[in-house]
Design a protein around this ligand. Structure first.
Ligand SMILES: [Zn+2]
Length: 404
């Protein structure tokens, strides 16, 4: 058995100076033209990016602490996972498994080792993801390397419908409003509302009935907005996505079986979509108990989602990468790269995939001022990987260096 080598995670101390040499640079928006860049970091800030050939930096390498590699590398902003469930362990869905601090440490490590510097948590019944978000903020202030976490606390779902392990059920609007107010008091910035169930692996295209009326959906989203909370809409059928869009939801999560006309509306309203291909596709690798028919349905669902994703890209829908990690078979950290590879298989240009996994993700998290971009004058939050990401994403499977 080979023991995987640990990826160095570096936090820059005040007044500490270091340089990074890389052959390619992806800013979060695009690849910079040119071959070879020297990034200078000082006092917790990226101070400059200079074009530099390998030969030219030799003298400088001897003078100052410089990270460089004898093979081709790309530097890019740290990855953002826009949809995961930190408190679900991927196996047991019962809400009763309370996480311990050491579990949280392992989670942070799994994320950072995969180059994931920030994540948006979609909630759990015990609000443990939110506790973790508060914990990470405290630890981060102390200068320790942890990812930035934004959590929705507990998701809202209509009693009797899907969602018991993800959050709290409401029976009436008054109860739902009280829950939204409580989440606001607990310090969440976004809430998750379940507009549908999940896709079925037994019947193609089946998602289940809508849990509430259009009017109720409208009131829920409006109430959240009146409290200053963004709404993350879990919606896995075209009808559910339609309802979420009309109610004014801020992002669409999953969106399986979405139709062209609905994608056109998303493009027009510029509502981001987080299509989460990994939780469905990974079943083929990780779930040994599937029958032939179920495998067939999973493949058909995945392929349909891939086609919808490509169409969404062409229509101009904002797209962000989310994995649903914590769901069965979806690992924390590494699944981000898997999700990105699935997007590449669906035919999306690599530059768009990288943008969705960095800058677009940061926007969806509401943290675009802090991360998602490599820019002089900003705090660096980046990773270096082997190879040229313009050509393929395989270097992401094992970053060479993470700086947060
Ligand atoms: Zn989810």
């Amino acid at each position: 058995m080979t023991v995987p080598m640990t990826v160095p995670i570096v936090t820059l101390q005040a007044e500490e100076k270091l340089n990074i040499y890389s052959d390619s640079l992806f800013t979060g928006e695009q690849f910079l033209p040119g071959k070879g860049f020297l990034l200078s970091l000082k006092g917790g800030c990226l101070t400059s990016i200079c074009p530099a050939g390998r030969e030219l930096i030799k003298d400088r390498l001897a003078l100052e602490k410089t990270f460089s590699w004898p093979f081709q590398t790309t530097v890019m902003p740290g990855l953002v996972d826009c949809h995961l469930h930190l408190a679900l362990n991927g196996r047991d869905k019962s809400a009763g498994n309370v996480f311990r601090p050491e579990d949280f440490q392992r989670l942070f490590k799994d994320l950072l080792q995969a180059g994931v510097v920030a994540a948006r948590d979609g909630g759990d019944a015990l609000c443990q993801g939110l506790q973790l978000a508060h914990y990470s903020t405290r630890v981060k202030k102390g200068g320790l390397p942890v990812p930035l976490i934004v959590s929705t606390g507990a998701a809202l779902f209509k009693k009797g419908h899907y969602g018991s392990f993800l959050g709290k059920g409401f029976a009436c609007m008054a109860e739902a409003f009280a829950m939204l107010e409580e989440l606001g008091r607990k310090g969440v910035e976004q809430v998750k509302i379940l507009f549908s169930g999940i896709v079925s692996f037994n019947s193609l295209g089946k998602v289940g009935p809508l849990p509430f009326s259009r009017k109720e959906a409208f009131f829920l989203v409006n109430k959240a907005h009146s409290l200053g909370l963004k709404v993350m809409a879990h919606a896995s059928s075209d009808e559910a996505v339609q309802m979420a869009l009309q109610a004014g939801a801020d992002t669409i999560e999953h969106g399986y079986f979405v139709r062209r006309s609905t994608l056109e509306q998303m493009a027009e309203k510029q509502v981001p979509w987080i299509p989460t291909l990994a939780p469905v596709t990974l079943q083929l690798e990780k779930n040994g108990s599937l029958g032939r028919r179920q495998r067939h349905i999973i493949v058909a669902t995945w392929e349909r989602q891939g086609r919808a994703l490509l169409l969404a890209y062409r229509l101009g829908v904002p797209l962000a990468v989310g994995t649903d990690a914590g769901a069965p078979g979806v690992d924390f950290g590494r699944s981000v790269i898997k999700e990105m590879q699935l997007w590449a298989e669906a035919g999306l240009p690599l530059q768009q995939i990288l943008r969705s996994a960095t800058l677009e993700g940061a926007r969806v998290m509401g943290k675009e001022k802090e991360l998602g971009r490599i820019e002089p004058g900003k705090k660096p939050c980046l990773l270096v990987v082997r190879g040229n990401l313009r050509e393929d994403l395989s270097g992401l499977e094992k970053p060479l260096l993470v700086i947060i």
